[in-house]
Ligand binder design. Structure first.
Ligand SMILES: [Zn+2]
Ligand SMILES: [Zn+2]
Length: 181
């Protein structure tokens, strides 16, 4: 599977450190969050958007300091480790959203009668379930690739207990995860 961030990060953090927006060479890049579609174009992580034309999701963006000023991006300088930490935390937030959705947000989303306490998404709407499941699998693969990066560079992964908590919750809902033991 082709993971977008891998190429994006390689481009950003090759020896040259070129800015993904203007292409200028820089000693440091800056990273921050933005809801602006103009800035989101330079977000290294992919985003599963249900409504791209009106999307104002908060995205992690990496550019040079000049571009950050142009984009009015509140951002701080990052090295590669700082960047990977931001990426893995961002990926965790998306996985937590998947978990919340599977746990109960879907019932609200699909307007399920609250009396139907035994209803399961995969039975009520298999197509939505399949879509959710595929997106979660992509995120879990992305998560594993960050995990590998931290191991390969012998850097302690931030908040290492997160993974087993997440896996336990997914498994307790009756679903499978790539992040189990
Ligand atoms: Zn730039
Ligand atoms: Zn969106």
């Amino acid at each position: 599977m082709q993971i977008d961030w891998e190429k994006a990060l390689d481009d950003i953090f090759s020896d040259k450190l070129s800015c993904p927006r203007c292409g200028s060479m820089n000693l440091t890049l800056v990273a921050g969050y933005s809801r602006s579609p103009a800035a989101a174009e330079f977000a290294p992580r992919s985003h599963n958007c249900k409504n791209p034309s009106e999307c104002d999701a908060r995205r992690l963006v990496v550019v040079c300091e000049n571009c950050a000023r142009d984009l009015r991006l509140r951002a701080s300088p990052v090295d590669r480790e700082g960047m990977m930490t931001m990426l893995i935390n961002d990926c965790r937030k998306d996985l937590e959203d998947c978990l919340d959705y599977l746990a109960d947000y879907w019932q609200e989303d699909l307007d399920i009668d609250p009396a139907e306490t035994e209803a399961r998404l995969e039975q009520v709407d298999p197509a939505i379930f399949a879509e959710e499941d595929e997106w979660r699998r992509k995120l879990e693969e992305e998560y594993l690739s960050y995990h590998r990066w931290f191991r390969e560079h012998r850097i302690r992964i931030p908040n290492p207990g997160w993974r087993s908590e997440y896996a336990d919750e997914i498994i307790s809902l009756g679903y499978e995860t790539l992040l189990g033991d």
